[in-house]
Design a protein around this ligand. Structure first.
Ligand code: GUN
Length: 145
């Protein structure tokens, strides 16, 4: 559920995205807030400026949270972001321990505006032989189930 306080912080994330565009960067903005709504950190997309495909604001904030917050604190934070995080950022968010994500535009809605956003050229292998081979190093590290 989205509260009025969530909407205020989501508007701030959208303002960050608008400021990014005004500054010549891509139109994505995010912020990380504590449980009382205090803004802990803000970021925008600097992919082009930094020539770095990982310079999405959501991933920057996930890295910040993992570095600066203990796990209990991270779990009580909310990431507000102008667009739904992509797969790359989603993984980083899970690993950071951030507890909640609130976004404005969904990936589906974003793709209507920019069809290049969110397409993954991935194909899964289907045979059982490779499955066993792929499990071997994972089990060697984590132990068998
Ligand atoms: N959510 C989100 N989607 C994107 N698609 C391309 N760049 C971005 C970004 O920085 N954030």
């Amino acid at each position: 559920m989205i509260t009025a306080a969530d909407e205020t912080l989501l508007r701030r994330a959208i303002d960050i995205a608008a400021a990014a565009v005004a500054g010549g960067d891509a139109p994505y903005g995010s912020l990380l807030a504590g449980p009382d709504g205090t803004v802990l950190a803000e970021a925008h997309n600097t992919v082009r400026r930094d020539n770095d495909i990982s310079a999405h604001p959501e991933l920057k904030l996930a890295r910040w949270a993992a570095r600066e917050l203990d796990a209990e604190t991270a779990a009580r934070t909310t990431l507000y972001t102008s667009c739904q995080p992509c797969g790359m950022c989603g993984g980083g968010i899970v690993r950071s321990g951030i507890g909640r994500v609130v976004y404005a535009l969904s990936t589906e809605q974003l793709m209507e505006l920019n069809p290049q956003s969110g397409e993954w050229p991935a194909v899964a292998q289907e045979g059982p032989a490779l499955l066993e081979e792929a499990r071997t190093p994972i089990e060697a590290y984590y132990g068998p189930r």
